[in-house]
Design a binder for this molecule. Structure first.
Ligand code: NAD
Length: 261
């Protein structure tokens, strides 16, 4: 099973460091022969991201804050200078103001926290899809990252859970819309992983510990398991799959009342 991504060009957002889910995805893509381009939001993030992603010999590493339409348009133009088409778009971006991820949902979900979280974590998928669509040929695909907090209440996940619900619904609408161009759009709902974004959620460490014993596999997932699922969705292996939210969570989502032996 080698060369699944041979000749494919993947634009990967969301690498902050080597714990990022986007990094695990990029590693799987690279191992299967993909050409890569990366983005990071702003100079401060770039200090860590750029040296790391350069180890993969990308064709481009771009400064792109997805809350700016101008920056999205500029990124598409830059990518267009090195590639005449894009086969895969990885959206691995999530952000909510820290104070919205700690405390009573009713109290901490301010209008501003809602706006920022929805914009960066959900709307940006639509903005990127629209901007990159002219470069995407039939057979290409988009993948984003979601979490179980989209469906069920997860303590302190708060407005991020609401944004993930919007993200998953957007995946379905985008899939229907872009299906006419032969473009597939899917989400991966990943189990909890220690990353920079996860560190912003109060109680994450405890949750990771408790979570492991409550999944059917009695463990947490590994980063590379999300990478491998993205490889499936974005290669020819997933050619019949679109509009899906694929769980990579050691089975956690199937559990109701938990009393594990
Ligand atoms: P991460 O911190 O490594 O990645 C989050 C990325 O979002 C960072 O690279 C950051 O630069 C980027 N980002 C934030 N604001 C941005 C903006 N305005 N413009 C462009 N990029 C921006 O953490 P991660 O856990 O790898 O997160 C990737 C995705 O996976 C997120 O959508 C997250 O919600 C989702 N996810 C994470 C987990 C988990 O447990 N870690 C579980 C399920 C889903």
């Amino acid at each position: 099973m080698s060369g699944l991504m041979q000749g494919k060009r993947a634009f990967v957002t969301g690498v902050a460091n080597d714990r990022s889910i986007a990094w695990a995805i990029a590693q799987q893509f690279k191992a299967q022969g993909a050409e890569l381009a990366f983005s990071y939001p702003g100079e401060a993030m770039g200090k860590r991201t750029v040296p790391l992603v350069k180890t993969m010999n990308p064709v481009a590493v771009l400064d792109l804050d997805v809350s700016s339409d101008e920056q999205i348009d500029a990124a598409v133009k830059e990518v267009g200078k090195v590639w005449d088409s894009v086969d895969v778009l990885v959206h691995a971006i999530g952000y909510a103001p820290r104070e919205a991820l700690d405390g009573r949902f009713t109290d901490v979900t301010t209008r501003e926290a809602w706006r920022i979280t929805m914009d960066v974590s959900a709307y940006s998928l639509i903005a990127l899809a629209r901007a990159f669509r002219p470069m995407m040929r039939p057979g290409s695909s988009i993948v984003t990252l979601s979490y179980y907090g989209a469906e069920k209440v997860v303590t302190n996940y708060n407005v991020m859970g609401v944004a993930k619900a919007a993200l998953e619904a957007s995946v379905r609408y985008l899939a229907e819309d872009m299906g006419r161009e032969g473009i597939r759009v899917n989400a991966i709902s990943a189990g909890p992983l220690k990353t920079l974004a996860a560190a912003g959620i109060k109680g994450m460490r405890t949750m990771l510990g408790e979570n492991a014993s409550k999944t059917p596999l009695r463990r947490n997932i590994e980063h590379d398991e999300v990478g491998k699922a993205a490889l499936f969705l974005c290669s020819s292996l997933g050619s019949g799959v679109t509009g899906e939210t694929l769980y990579v969570d050691a089975g956690q989502n199937i559990m109701g009342v938990v009393s594990m032996g």
